[in-house]
Design a protein around this ligand. Sequence first.
Ligand code: CAA
Length: 385
Amino acid sequence: MENQILPSIQLTEEHLAVKEAARDFAQNELLPGVIDRDIASKFSKDLVKKMAEMGFMGMMVPTEYGGSGMDTLSYVLAMEEISKVDASAGVIMSVNNSLVCYGLLRYGTEEQKQKYLIPLASGQKLGAFCLSEPEAGSDATSQHTLAEDKGDYYLLNGTKNWITNGNSSDICLVIAQTHPELKHKGINCLIVEKGTEGFEIGKKEDKMGIRASDTHSLMFNDAKVAKNQRIGEDGFGFKFAMKTLNGGRIGIAAQALGIAAGAYELAVKYSKERKTFGRPISDHQAIQFKLAEMHTKIQAARLLVYKAACDKDQGLDYVESAAMAKLYASEVAMWVTTEAVQIHGGYGYVREFHVERMMRDAKITQIYEGTSEIQKLVIAREILK
Ligand code: CAA
Protein backbone atom coordinates (compact mmCIF):
# COMPACT_ATOMS: atom_id res chain seq x y z
CA MET A 1 0.00 0.00 0.00
CA GLU A 2 1.26 3.46 -0.92
CA ASN A 3 0.74 4.86 2.55
CA GLN A 4 2.92 2.09 3.97
CA ILE A 5 5.76 2.88 1.59
CA LEU A 6 6.12 6.52 2.52
CA PRO A 7 4.98 7.09 6.09
CA SER A 8 5.15 10.57 7.46
CA ILE A 9 7.63 10.27 10.28
CA GLN A 10 6.72 12.80 12.93
CA LEU A 11 9.06 13.30 15.85
CA THR A 12 7.07 14.39 18.91
CA GLU A 13 8.38 16.54 21.75
CA GLU A 14 9.01 13.29 23.64
CA HIS A 15 11.07 11.84 20.80
CA LEU A 16 13.16 14.99 20.63
CA ALA A 17 13.67 14.92 24.40
CA VAL A 18 14.88 11.29 24.28
CA LYS A 19 17.26 12.14 21.43
CA GLU A 20 18.67 15.10 23.33
CA ALA A 21 19.06 13.12 26.57
CA ALA A 22 20.90 10.36 24.71
CA ARG A 23 23.14 12.89 22.95
CA ASP A 24 24.04 14.61 26.23
CA PHE A 25 24.68 11.27 27.90
CA ALA A 26 26.93 10.16 25.04
CA GLN A 27 28.93 13.40 25.11
CA ASN A 28 29.26 13.62 28.89
CA GLU A 29 29.57 9.99 29.94
CA LEU A 30 30.65 7.90 26.98
CA LEU A 31 33.02 10.15 25.07
CA PRO A 32 35.62 10.80 27.81
CA GLY A 33 36.94 7.21 28.06
CA VAL A 34 35.90 5.79 24.72
CA ILE A 35 39.42 5.48 23.27
CA ASP A 36 40.85 3.91 26.43
CA ARG A 37 38.02 1.39 26.67
CA ASP A 38 38.61 0.42 23.04
CA ILE A 39 42.36 -0.04 23.55
CA ALA A 40 41.92 -2.00 26.78
CA SER A 41 38.90 -3.92 25.43
CA LYS A 42 37.18 -2.95 28.67
CA PHE A 43 33.50 -3.52 29.32
CA SER A 44 32.36 -0.88 31.83
CA LYS A 45 29.76 -2.04 34.35
CA ASP A 46 29.55 1.52 35.66
CA LEU A 47 28.50 2.87 32.28
CA VAL A 48 25.87 0.15 31.84
CA LYS A 49 24.53 1.10 35.29
CA LYS A 50 24.38 4.75 34.19
CA MET A 51 22.61 3.78 30.96
CA ALA A 52 20.09 1.89 33.08
CA GLU A 53 19.55 4.96 35.28
CA MET A 54 18.77 6.90 32.10
CA GLY A 55 16.13 4.26 31.22
CA PHE A 56 18.07 3.05 28.16
CA MET A 57 18.19 -0.67 29.01
CA GLY A 58 14.49 -1.50 28.67
CA MET A 59 13.20 1.28 26.49
CA MET A 60 10.28 -0.54 24.81
CA VAL A 61 9.15 -2.36 27.95
CA PRO A 62 6.07 -0.96 29.76
CA THR A 63 6.78 0.74 33.07
CA GLU A 64 4.91 -1.98 35.03
CA TYR A 65 7.66 -4.39 33.93
CA GLY A 66 10.48 -2.05 34.87
CA GLY A 67 10.99 -0.43 31.47
CA SER A 68 10.64 3.10 30.10
CA GLY A 69 7.41 2.45 28.19
CA MET A 70 8.60 4.10 24.98
CA ASP A 71 8.10 3.24 21.32
CA THR A 72 10.60 1.75 18.87
CA LEU A 73 11.23 5.13 17.25
CA SER A 74 12.41 6.53 20.61
CA TYR A 75 14.66 3.50 21.02
CA VAL A 76 16.16 4.01 17.56
CA LEU A 77 16.76 7.71 18.22
CA ALA A 78 18.59 6.92 21.47
CA MET A 79 20.58 4.11 19.85
CA GLU A 80 21.70 6.43 17.04
CA GLU A 81 22.96 9.07 19.48
CA ILE A 82 24.72 6.55 21.73
CA SER A 83 26.39 4.79 18.77
CA LYS A 84 27.57 8.08 17.26
CA VAL A 85 30.01 8.20 20.13
CA ASP A 86 30.41 4.62 21.39
CA ALA A 87 29.22 1.71 19.25
CA SER A 88 30.20 -0.75 21.99
CA ALA A 89 27.69 0.84 24.34
CA GLY A 90 25.25 0.65 21.40
CA VAL A 91 25.49 -3.12 21.04
CA ILE A 92 25.29 -3.78 24.80
CA MET A 93 22.09 -1.73 24.81
CA SER A 94 20.74 -3.26 21.61
CA VAL A 95 21.04 -6.89 22.73
CA ASN A 96 19.46 -6.19 26.12
CA ASN A 97 16.61 -4.12 24.65
CA SER A 98 15.61 -5.71 21.40
CA LEU A 99 16.63 -9.32 21.77
CA VAL A 100 16.34 -10.13 25.46
CA CYS A 101 13.75 -7.72 26.90
CA TYR A 102 11.57 -7.54 23.82
CA GLY A 103 11.68 -11.34 23.39
CA LEU A 104 10.56 -11.88 26.99
CA LEU A 105 7.92 -9.16 26.80
CA ARG A 106 6.41 -10.52 23.59
CA TYR A 107 6.66 -14.27 24.24
CA GLY A 108 7.40 -14.85 27.94
CA THR A 109 4.89 -16.07 30.53
CA GLU A 110 3.72 -13.70 33.26
CA GLU A 111 5.91 -15.62 35.73
CA GLN A 112 8.96 -15.21 33.46
CA LYS A 113 8.23 -11.50 33.05
CA GLN A 114 7.98 -11.00 36.80
CA LYS A 115 11.15 -12.94 37.50
CA TYR A 116 13.38 -11.91 34.59
CA LEU A 117 11.97 -9.03 32.58
CA ILE A 118 11.65 -6.60 35.48
CA PRO A 119 15.33 -6.80 36.55
CA LEU A 120 16.49 -6.81 32.91
CA ALA A 121 14.40 -3.85 31.78
CA SER A 122 15.27 -1.79 34.84
CA GLY A 123 18.95 -2.54 34.31
CA GLN A 124 19.59 -4.39 37.57
CA LYS A 125 20.52 -7.36 35.42
CA LEU A 126 21.98 -7.77 31.95
CA GLY A 127 20.92 -10.24 29.29
CA ALA A 128 22.51 -12.20 26.45
CA PHE A 129 20.98 -13.85 23.39
CA CYS A 130 22.68 -17.13 22.54
CA LEU A 131 21.95 -18.40 19.04
CA SER A 132 25.31 -18.62 17.21
CA GLU A 133 27.51 -21.68 17.50
CA PRO A 134 30.91 -22.68 16.11
CA GLU A 135 29.07 -24.32 13.20
CA ALA A 136 25.83 -22.35 13.17
CA GLY A 137 26.17 -18.67 12.28
CA SER A 138 24.20 -17.75 9.16
CA ASP A 139 22.84 -21.31 9.00
CA ALA A 140 21.07 -20.86 12.31
CA THR A 141 18.72 -23.86 12.01
CA SER A 142 21.77 -26.12 12.26
CA GLN A 143 21.88 -26.05 16.09
CA HIS A 144 24.22 -28.57 17.72
CA THR A 145 23.53 -27.51 21.32
CA LEU A 146 21.14 -30.09 22.76
CA ALA A 147 18.34 -29.50 25.25
CA GLU A 148 17.32 -33.06 26.09
CA ASP A 149 13.86 -33.41 27.55
CA LYS A 150 14.22 -35.18 30.90
CA GLY A 151 10.65 -34.84 32.12
CA ASP A 152 10.51 -31.83 34.39
CA TYR A 153 13.80 -30.32 33.20
CA TYR A 154 16.06 -29.99 30.14
CA LEU A 155 19.65 -31.19 30.12
CA LEU A 156 21.68 -28.66 28.18
CA ASN A 157 24.93 -29.56 26.40
CA GLY A 158 26.87 -27.59 23.81
CA THR A 159 28.80 -24.43 22.99
CA LYS A 160 27.62 -20.98 21.95
CA ASN A 161 29.95 -18.59 20.15
CA TRP A 162 30.44 -14.82 19.85
CA ILE A 163 27.93 -14.03 22.59
CA THR A 164 27.56 -10.31 23.25
CA ASN A 165 27.44 -9.60 27.02
CA GLY A 166 28.66 -13.21 27.37
CA ASN A 167 30.67 -12.70 30.53
CA SER A 168 28.74 -9.84 32.09
CA SER A 169 25.19 -11.06 31.59
CA ASP A 170 23.11 -12.53 34.40
CA ILE A 171 20.42 -14.09 32.23
CA CYS A 172 20.91 -15.87 28.91
CA LEU A 173 18.32 -16.83 26.33
CA VAL A 174 19.77 -20.05 24.93
CA ILE A 175 18.56 -21.62 21.69
CA ALA A 176 19.01 -25.40 21.59
CA GLN A 177 17.77 -28.47 19.76
CA THR A 178 15.38 -30.81 21.55
CA HIS A 179 14.00 -32.92 18.69
CA PRO A 180 16.69 -33.15 15.96
CA GLU A 181 14.38 -35.18 13.72
CA LEU A 182 12.03 -32.16 13.53
CA LYS A 183 14.86 -29.85 12.39
CA HIS A 184 14.07 -26.20 13.15
CA LYS A 185 10.63 -27.15 14.48
CA GLY A 186 12.32 -29.10 17.29
CA ILE A 187 14.33 -26.15 18.63
CA ASN A 188 13.61 -24.49 21.99
CA CYS A 189 14.67 -21.29 23.71
CA LEU A 190 15.54 -21.66 27.40
CA ILE A 191 16.15 -18.97 29.99
CA VAL A 192 19.40 -19.91 31.72
CA GLU A 193 20.67 -18.08 34.78
CA LYS A 194 24.34 -17.35 35.34
CA GLY A 195 25.58 -19.65 38.08
CA THR A 196 23.59 -22.67 36.86
CA GLU A 197 25.71 -25.76 37.51
CA GLY A 198 27.35 -26.94 34.29
CA PHE A 199 27.26 -23.46 32.69
CA GLU A 200 30.73 -22.04 32.10
CA ILE A 201 32.02 -18.87 30.47
CA GLY A 202 34.54 -19.63 27.71
CA LYS A 203 37.19 -17.53 26.05
CA LYS A 204 36.92 -13.81 25.53
CA GLU A 205 37.16 -12.78 21.87
CA ASP A 206 39.90 -10.31 20.90
CA LYS A 207 37.89 -8.34 18.37
CA MET A 208 38.62 -5.88 15.55
CA GLY A 209 35.90 -3.48 16.72
CA ILE A 210 33.21 -2.90 19.34
CA ARG A 211 36.04 -3.86 21.68
CA ALA A 212 34.44 -2.37 24.80
CA SER A 213 31.54 -4.82 24.55
CA ASP A 214 32.31 -8.21 25.98
CA THR A 215 32.06 -11.17 23.62
CA HIS A 216 32.60 -14.70 24.88
CA SER A 217 31.88 -18.30 24.08
CA LEU A 218 29.62 -20.10 26.55
CA MET A 219 29.73 -23.78 27.42
CA PHE A 220 26.96 -25.99 28.75
CA ASN A 221 27.90 -29.31 30.21
CA ASP A 222 24.93 -31.22 31.65
CA ALA A 223 23.33 -27.98 32.81
CA LYS A 224 19.84 -28.60 34.20
CA VAL A 225 17.19 -26.08 33.19
CA ALA A 226 13.64 -26.32 34.57
CA LYS A 227 10.82 -26.81 32.08
CA ASN A 228 9.16 -23.55 33.09
CA GLN A 229 12.27 -21.75 31.80
CA ARG A 230 11.28 -22.54 28.22
CA ILE A 231 9.86 -19.66 26.18
CA GLY A 232 6.68 -20.59 24.33
CA GLU A 233 5.46 -24.01 23.26
CA ASP A 234 7.76 -26.98 22.72
CA GLY A 235 9.52 -26.39 19.37
CA PHE A 236 8.88 -22.61 19.25
CA GLY A 237 12.55 -21.70 19.83
CA PHE A 238 13.63 -21.11 16.25
CA LYS A 239 10.57 -19.02 15.42
CA PHE A 240 11.21 -17.13 18.66
CA ALA A 241 14.78 -16.40 17.56
CA MET A 242 13.76 -15.27 14.07
CA LYS A 243 10.86 -13.10 15.23
CA THR A 244 12.98 -11.50 17.94
CA LEU A 245 15.84 -10.92 15.51
CA ASN A 246 13.52 -8.95 13.21
CA GLY A 247 13.36 -6.31 15.94
CA GLY A 248 17.04 -6.77 16.79
CA ARG A 249 17.92 -5.88 13.21
CA ILE A 250 16.23 -2.50 13.65
CA GLY A 251 18.46 -1.89 16.68
CA ILE A 252 21.62 -2.82 14.80
CA ALA A 253 20.52 -0.71 11.82
CA ALA A 254 20.21 2.24 14.23
CA GLN A 255 23.63 1.44 15.65
CA ALA A 256 25.10 1.44 12.11
CA LEU A 257 23.32 4.72 11.34
CA GLY A 258 24.83 6.24 14.49
CA ILE A 259 28.35 5.09 13.60
CA ALA A 260 27.99 6.59 10.10
CA ALA A 261 26.54 9.87 11.41
CA GLY A 262 29.25 10.17 14.06
CA ALA A 263 32.05 9.68 11.52
CA TYR A 264 30.40 12.10 9.10
CA GLU A 265 30.10 14.83 11.76
CA LEU A 266 33.78 14.45 12.62
CA ALA A 267 34.71 14.58 8.93
CA VAL A 268 32.74 17.81 8.39
CA LYS A 269 34.38 19.42 11.41
CA TYR A 270 37.87 18.32 10.42
CA SER A 271 37.42 19.44 6.83
CA LYS A 272 36.71 22.99 8.01
CA GLU A 273 39.76 23.06 10.27
CA ARG A 274 42.44 21.35 8.21
CA LYS A 275 44.14 23.46 5.57
CA THR A 276 45.97 22.29 2.45
CA PHE A 277 47.20 24.39 -0.45
CA GLY A 278 46.37 27.53 1.51
CA ARG A 279 42.69 26.85 2.27
CA PRO A 280 40.46 24.56 4.35
CA ILE A 281 40.11 21.18 2.70
CA SER A 282 36.32 21.74 2.73
CA ASP A 283 36.96 24.30 -0.04
CA HIS A 284 38.23 21.54 -2.29
CA GLN A 285 35.61 19.97 -4.49
CA ALA A 286 37.13 16.51 -3.95
CA ILE A 287 36.16 16.78 -0.27
CA GLN A 288 32.83 18.53 -0.91
CA PHE A 289 31.71 15.68 -3.18
CA LYS A 290 32.61 13.13 -0.52
CA LEU A 291 30.68 15.05 2.16
CA ALA A 292 27.65 15.45 -0.11
CA GLU A 293 27.55 11.74 -0.87
CA MET A 294 28.07 10.76 2.79
CA HIS A 295 25.27 13.08 3.90
CA THR A 296 22.87 11.76 1.23
CA LYS A 297 23.53 8.12 2.04
CA ILE A 298 23.15 8.70 5.78
CA GLN A 299 19.85 10.46 5.23
CA ALA A 300 18.61 7.58 3.05
CA ALA A 301 19.68 5.08 5.73
CA ARG A 302 17.94 7.17 8.40
CA LEU A 303 14.66 7.07 6.46
CA LEU A 304 14.85 3.28 6.18
CA VAL A 305 15.71 2.85 9.86
CA TYR A 306 12.94 5.17 11.06
CA LYS A 307 10.46 3.53 8.68
CA ALA A 308 11.26 0.08 10.07
CA ALA A 309 10.76 1.43 13.61
CA CYS A 310 7.46 3.07 12.63
CA ASP A 311 6.26 -0.15 10.93
CA LYS A 312 6.90 -2.02 14.17
CA ASP A 313 5.20 0.67 16.26
CA GLN A 314 2.17 0.68 13.96
CA GLY A 315 1.75 -3.09 14.16
CA LEU A 316 2.67 -3.60 10.49
CA ASP A 317 4.80 -6.49 9.23
CA TYR A 318 8.41 -5.35 9.58
CA VAL A 319 10.43 -8.38 8.44
CA GLU A 320 11.34 -6.74 5.14
CA SER A 321 11.71 -3.15 6.38
CA ALA A 322 13.98 -4.29 9.23
CA ALA A 323 16.16 -6.33 6.86
CA MET A 324 16.36 -3.43 4.37
CA ALA A 325 17.26 -0.97 7.12
CA LYS A 326 19.96 -3.29 8.52
CA LEU A 327 21.38 -4.07 5.06
CA TYR A 328 21.53 -0.49 3.88
CA ALA A 329 22.56 1.24 7.11
CA SER A 330 25.41 -1.21 7.73
CA GLU A 331 26.74 -0.85 4.17
CA VAL A 332 26.52 2.94 4.54
CA ALA A 333 28.31 2.79 7.89
CA MET A 334 31.22 0.87 6.38
CA TRP A 335 31.46 3.17 3.37
CA VAL A 336 31.04 6.45 5.28
CA THR A 337 33.58 5.54 7.98
CA THR A 338 36.12 4.57 5.30
CA GLU A 339 35.59 7.94 3.60
CA ALA A 340 35.87 9.72 6.96
CA VAL A 341 39.28 8.12 7.49
CA GLN A 342 40.27 9.18 3.96
CA ILE A 343 39.23 12.80 4.61
CA HIS A 344 41.30 12.81 7.81
CA GLY A 345 44.32 11.47 5.90
CA GLY A 346 47.16 10.36 8.21
CA TYR A 347 45.27 11.66 11.25
CA GLY A 348 42.42 9.34 10.37
CA TYR A 349 44.72 6.37 10.80
CA VAL A 350 45.56 7.13 14.43
CA ARG A 351 43.40 6.53 17.45
CA GLU A 352 42.89 10.01 18.84
CA PHE A 353 40.75 11.17 15.91
CA HIS A 354 38.12 8.44 16.53
CA VAL A 355 37.33 7.65 12.89
CA GLU A 356 39.64 4.62 12.69
CA ARG A 357 37.73 3.08 15.62
CA MET A 358 34.44 3.89 13.92
CA MET A 359 35.65 2.17 10.75
CA ARG A 360 36.54 -0.94 12.75
CA ASP A 361 33.23 -0.77 14.65
CA ALA A 362 31.23 -0.41 11.43
CA LYS A 363 32.42 -3.75 10.05
CA ILE A 364 30.52 -5.88 12.55
CA THR A 365 27.20 -4.27 11.62
CA GLN A 366 27.48 -6.05 8.25
CA ILE A 367 27.96 -9.36 10.07
CA TYR A 368 26.01 -9.79 13.31
CA GLU A 369 22.26 -10.27 13.65
CA GLY A 370 22.36 -11.60 10.11
CA THR A 371 25.06 -10.76 7.56
CA SER A 372 24.34 -8.48 4.60
CA GLU A 373 23.96 -11.63 2.53
CA ILE A 374 21.33 -13.02 4.95
CA GLN A 375 19.44 -9.69 4.84
CA LYS A 376 19.36 -9.96 1.03
CA LEU A 377 18.04 -13.50 1.35
CA VAL A 378 15.32 -12.34 3.77
CA ILE A 379 14.34 -9.44 1.48
CA ALA A 380 14.29 -11.68 -1.62
CA ARG A 381 12.07 -14.21 0.17
CA GLU A 382 9.67 -11.42 1.12
CA ILE A 383 9.57 -10.19 -2.48
CA LEU A 384 8.99 -13.64 -3.92
CA LYS A 385 6.67 -15.20 -1.33
N1 CAA B 1 10.91 -13.78 10.70
C1 CAA B 1 10.01 -14.72 11.08
N2 CAA B 1 10.15 -16.03 10.75
C2 CAA B 1 11.22 -16.37 10.02
C3 CAA B 1 12.20 -15.43 9.61
C4 CAA B 1 12.00 -14.10 9.97
N3 CAA B 1 12.87 -13.14 9.62
N4 CAA B 1 13.16 -16.09 8.91
C5 CAA B 1 12.81 -17.38 8.88
N5 CAA B 1 11.65 -17.54 9.55
C6 CAA B 1 10.89 -18.79 9.74
C7 CAA B 1 10.41 -19.34 8.40
O1 CAA B 1 9.19 -18.78 8.04
C8 CAA B 1 10.34 -20.83 8.70
O2 CAA B 1 9.13 -21.08 9.38
P1 CAA B 1 8.15 -22.31 8.94
O3 CAA B 1 8.86 -23.55 9.28
O4 CAA B 1 6.91 -22.11 9.74
O5 CAA B 1 7.93 -22.18 7.46
C9 CAA B 1 11.45 -21.05 9.68
O6 CAA B 1 11.77 -19.78 10.26
C10 CAA B 1 12.72 -21.60 9.03
O7 CAA B 1 13.08 -20.69 8.03
P2 CAA B 1 13.62 -21.17 6.61
O8 CAA B 1 12.83 -22.36 6.14
O9 CAA B 1 13.63 -19.96 5.74
O10 CAA B 1 15.08 -21.66 7.01
P3 CAA B 1 16.45 -21.49 6.26
O11 CAA B 1 17.42 -22.35 6.96
O12 CAA B 1 16.27 -21.64 4.78
O13 CAA B 1 16.80 -19.92 6.49
C11 CAA B 1 17.63 -18.07 7.84
C12 CAA B 1 16.84 -19.38 7.78
C13 CAA B 1 16.69 -16.95 7.40
C14 CAA B 1 18.84 -18.10 6.95
C15 CAA B 1 18.03 -17.95 9.30
O14 CAA B 1 18.85 -19.06 9.67
C16 CAA B 1 18.77 -16.67 9.65
O15 CAA B 1 18.13 -15.63 9.82
N6 CAA B 1 20.11 -16.75 9.77
C17 CAA B 1 20.89 -15.63 10.32
C18 CAA B 1 21.05 -15.85 11.80
C19 CAA B 1 21.30 -14.58 12.54
O16 CAA B 1 20.76 -13.53 12.25
N7 CAA B 1 22.10 -14.70 13.59
C20 CAA B 1 22.36 -13.60 14.46
C21 CAA B 1 22.94 -14.12 15.75
S1 CAA B 1 22.41 -13.19 17.13
C22 CAA B 1 23.46 -11.87 17.25
O17 CAA B 1 24.25 -11.60 16.38
C23 CAA B 1 23.26 -11.07 18.47
C24 CAA B 1 24.45 -10.29 18.90
O18 CAA B 1 25.21 -10.76 19.71
C25 CAA B 1 24.63 -8.90 18.45
